[in-house]
Ligand binder design. Structure first.
Ligand SMILES: [Zn+2]
Length: 214
């Protein structure tokens, strides 16, 4: 891929993830390779509110289209009028493409067996078996659940990176990097903890919310 040729990888080796609008970076925290190093650490935030119970759902239908993605433990989808209600901090990252502070995310060093779903729409994104310790300060995975993640070119902050978003709801997850030789798959999905919710093995996840776009 052409991304492999980018000279910026050395500098980005331990970087992540998204954009941080200046007007919000002080309150919501800094972090991320795109930011000046002095901006790191004076953070702050992460989701403090639990995800609200899903509301405004229409009755589920047996006629719902089967998932296009490989599902781990959540074969059901549910049509809904809206996605899960997000806290301000969650919306900053997921909807405004912000970046959670380095090392503050609840899943950075999380090792339990299970899988990670999208905090906004419940789509299954990553398996714990694909999570690895990168020491970059954000949860790292070297593979995603098939079809769960979309990639977009991100040329913000004077560099070209590959943004990753949830395929179902387009919520911002982070960035994906290649060529760092951290795992055999040579891939690092650098994901904001606040974009995900962990579901332990054996626990049934809430249905993936399908919101019809206007
Ligand atoms: Zn989603």
């Amino acid at each position: 891929m052409r991304y492999l040729l980018l000279p910026l990888f050395a500098a980005l080796a331990f970087s992540c993830c998204g954009h941080e609008p200046a007007e919000q970076s002080v309150r919501l925290g800094a972090g991320g390779g795109a930011m000046a190093s002095q901006d790191r650490g004076d953070v702050v935030t992460q989701a403090t509110k639990p995800v609200q119970p899903v509301g405004d759902l229409e009755p589920s239908s047996d006629k719902d289209t089967p998932a296009q993605t490989a599902k781990v433990n959540n074969p059901k989808q549910k049509r809904a009028m809206s996605y899960n209600k997000l806290s301000e901090a969650e919306a900053f990252v997921i909807q405004q493409k912000g970046t959670e502070g380095r090392g503050v995310g609840e899943y950075t060093d999380h090792k339990a067996d299970g899988f990670y779903i999208c905090r906004q729409c419940n789509a299954e994104l990553y398996r714990s078996k694909d999570k690895f310790q990168s020491s970059c300060g954000w949860p790292s995975f070297d593979d995603e659940i098939d079809g769960a993640v979309e990639r977009n070119e991100d040329s913000s902050h004077g560099m070209v990176r590959i943004e990753i978003v949830c395929t179902n709801c387009k919520g911002h997850l982070g960035h994906v990097f290649h060529g760092e030789q951290m795992t055999e798959k040579n891939t690092r999905h650098c994901v904001n903890s606040i974009s995900m919710k962990f579901v332990p093995a054996g626990v049934t996840a809430p249905p993936m919310l399908i919101v019809k776009q206007p």
